[in-house]
Design a protein. Structure first.
Length: 133
């Protein structure tokens, strides 16, 4: 499969442990990157792995939506929902521990925030556009 060819065995273990909707989103994102930036395996890997931290919260669509709504109005969230809201940081820490390259780690950490200064603007734009699909 497309995804497996881009991931180490440790990364694949983390990747495949995601819920099916998150897997589908990750594959769509990576395929979008591959169409726009063929041969950029670093970008495709970042797209595949950017949401792996979501699985650590064990939340489904209803809790995720509730967590997002609560955060938008700045109300406290239960711990499980808080871990969903922190999925970028949590996933980045896990990916960093696996030895993933900086672009993969930084996109996981910051894909809902501000682009790190050392990441190319064009690369970040490709990743954000793929994530929006």
């Amino acid at each position: 499969m497309f995804a497996s060819g881009l991931l180490s065995s440790d990364e694949a273990e983390v990747f495949w442990s995601q819920p099916v909707p998150d897997l589908a989103h990750a594959v769509r994102s990576a395929q979008s990157v591959a169409e726009v930036a063929p041969g950029r395996h670093d970008l495709a890997r970042a797209a595949l792995l950017h949401d792996v931290g979501k699985r650590l919260s064990g939340t489904g669509i209803i809790r995720r939506s509730t967590a997002t709504a609560l955060s938008l109005v700045r109300l406290p969230t239960p711990q499980r929902m808080t871990s969903y809201l922190e999925h970028g940081r949590l996933g980045a820490e896990e990916l960093e521990a696996l030895g993933c390259e900086d672009l993969v780690v930084q996109f996981a950490r910051h894909h809902h925030g501000i682009k790190p200064a050392h990441i190319a603007t064009d690369d970040w734009g490709v990743l954000l556009e793929a994530d929006a699909e």
